[in-house]
Design a protein around this ligand. Sequence first.
Ligand SMILES: Nc1ncnc2c1ncn2[C@@H]1O[C@H](COP(=O)(O)OP(=O)(O)O)[C@@H](O)[C@H]1O
Ligand SMILES: [Mg+2]
Length: 278
Amino acid sequence: MKMIPKIVQAGKNLAIIDIKDISKIYRMGDIEVRALDGVSLEISDHEFICVMGASGSGKSTLMNIIGCLDRPSSGSYFLGGKDVSKLTDQELAEVRNRQIGFVFQTFNLLPRISARRNVELPLIYSGYSAKERRKLADEALERVELSDRADHKPNELSGGQRQRVAIARALVNNPSILFADEPTGNLDSRTGLNIMALFQRLHNQGSTIVMVTHEMDIALHGKRIIHLRDGRIHGDEKVKSRADAELILNSLADLSTQDLEEAMQRHTPAKGAADEDS
Ligand SMILES: Nc1ncnc2c1ncn2[C@@H]1O[C@H](COP(=O)(O)OP(=O)(O)O)[C@@H](O)[C@H]1O
Ligand SMILES: [Mg+2]
């Protein structure tokens, strides 16, 4: 029988990420750069949230703090109810390995080893046997529909396939949150849409996704958009008409890649909002 918790906070939606009044100051000699300036943010379990903002607005700094790669200068950060703002490097690394999967613009795969071994890497420190690692890696590759490329090295794969290997690597530890910093930045429109279709599928299966992008048509695949400007949040909106990547891909299936690029550019809504996101 399942244990019933003693205290039930009725009607309270658990924030998996709860940031209060976070600032980050970089000091370079006499110069201070306030990269984040009093940011507060709650992200619930099972959200799909996009962070937008111009270059230098603090997106990566915020991602690095939320992703436990760095600490704030001040303010508090609770991840899954645990205060992580004052952990040591070692403790932070453990939280990161257990709870968070990262996807980067440049894929960050090791070039000399197979897709499967790339996906196995985060498991090396988790005490799994080689056989268990292989099984988990193959399951993750199946989730991104790349089982037939498991033995290929990164340079034998297309850009979209490489990004899917990176996503499998991010998923292999079964993290609470998937973080993606400009995941489609190095991909053409169709391949980017394929990656968005994969993110939407993972989200439907229960993943919490936090994604940085400066492209409005990519951000519209999420459910909520945070706008950063000069290290502060100046907008937090629910996405009203969400883009369905699978649907778009199907309806544009007969277009050439070039026609698709043009159609996407003409289709990008909210030009005013997109302008500041250079
Ligand atoms: N390690 C660092 N040292 C000094 N300044 C930094 C460092 N990282 C970022 N900054 C500064 O902090 C601000 C925010 O940077 P960043 O978070 O990378 O923005 P974004 O990802 O939105 O382009 C910028 O002014 C940047 O120059
Ligand atoms: Mg950045």
